[in-house]
Design a binder for this molecule. Structure first.
Ligand SMILES: Cc1cc2nc3c(=O)[nH]c(=O)nc-3n(C[C@H](O)[C@H](O)[C@H](O)COP(=O)(O)O)c2cc1C
Length: 316
């Protein structure tokens, strides 16, 4: 069985989302938190707060924080903040294609800079030797060409990493366009660390096929496929389709909704935090319900639309 890791998705896999998913659906080995970044010289407070287990939700899933940095200086500030918070595993982002980050030489914008990566990997080696910290890397093949990943591979191979997660696209492709399986397979052969595959997994048969084709793979990381079908990982583990999908989805949403109502004030603020839950779920729920949920401008209308998901509330 491959390990299934929940990919970090800025704006979606928040602390409360991760906790609610773990409680209701599960099947996930670890949840990767969206990247922590530097804001005005300091780790962004909001991101740090979101790493704490939300109050009121029992059980805490295994959460691995991620940092994005363009230099060893930024990297140290962020890693120190996380180590101080008690985290012992940190993921380093070399894959984010958002122009805001790429233009600042972060995420996939760093892949072409062997020197900066070498300096950060040196810091990872130093910290792994002296602290209790362990590090992993999440990356793409390059910003402009897969040559970038292969130029970095000897450096990465020499760094003590727990694993590498590879999303075999280029930064310039963003989240669309073909996956470069040929380059993935070359990387799989040449990478000396445990390797995790990431990109476009949406159903159980794909995971089974990946498991069969790449017997040395350490796991798969899934993002949008899990947002669209939160039962995907548990269905892979059990081999059975989730028969209570809609009622579990409802329960998961209730946890997030309740948390938003307690945390934020006013209909529009609360709605801004819960409506995105449905963004990727359009194919999984009735079209009419999806439209009503997304169009709702008042909390009462929204709650009513969500409640029609339950069979006892389906009058039409
Ligand atoms: C809206 C959005 C936000 C994302 N935020 C992050 C992030 O904070 N850190 C990161 O490493 N990847 C981020 N990603 C990339 C995903 O983790 C993942 O690598 C990508 O979506 C491909 O996997 P998938 O096809 O399974 O979704 C983001 C992707 C999307 C669509």
């Amino acid at each position: 069985m491959l390990k299934v890791l929940f990919a970090p998705l800025q704006g979606y896999t928040t602390g409360i989302y991760r906790a609610a998913h773990a409680k209701i659906f599960g099947g996930i080995e670890a949840y990767y938190a969206p990247f922590l970044r530097i804001e005005n010289g300091h780790p962004r407070e909001r991101d740090l707060r979101d790493l704490e287990t939300p109050a009121g939700v029992p059980g805490s899933p295994r959460v691995i924080p991620q940092v994005i940095a363009n230099s060893v200086e930024e990297f140290k500030i962020l890693a120190d903040a996380l180590l101080q918070k008690g985290f012992t595993e940190i993921d380093f982002n070399m894959g984010c294609p958002f122009p805001m980050q790429v233009n600042r030489h972060r995420g996939s914008g760093l892949l072409g800079d062997t020197q900066a990566v070498q300096a950060i990997m040196g810091e990872i080696a130093r910290q792994s030797a002296t602290e209790t910290a362990r590090f992993s890397v999440k990356m793409r093949l390059g910003q402009d060409s897969p040559d970038e990943a292969f130029a970095l591979l000897p450096i990465l191979n020499d760094t003590p990493l727990t694993h590498i997660t590879l999303h075999p696209r280029l930064g310039k492709q963003q989240y669309k366009g073909a996956i470069d399986i040929k380059s993935f397979e070359k990387f799989y052969r040449e990478c000396r660390h445990p390797l995790v595959y990431n990109g476009n997994i949406t159903d159980v048969s794909q995971i089974n096929e990946i498991e069969r084709r790449y017997p040395n793979l350490a796991g798969v990381m899934i993002g949008r496929g899990l947002l669209a079908r939160p039962s995907l990982a548990s269905e892979y583990r059990t081999g059975a389709t989730e028969s209570k999908f809609i009622s579990k989805l409802f329960q998961m949403h209730q946890i997030i909704f309740e948390h938003a109502r307690q945390t934020f004030q006013g209909d529009s603020q609360i709605l801004a935090h819960v409506q995105s839950f449905w963004d990727y779920l359009e194919p999984s729920i009735p079209k009419k319900t999806f439209k009503r949920i997304k169009k709702a401008g008042k909390l009462s209308v929204y709650a009513d639309a969500v409640s029609t998901l339950l069979p006892e509330n389906q009058h039409e």
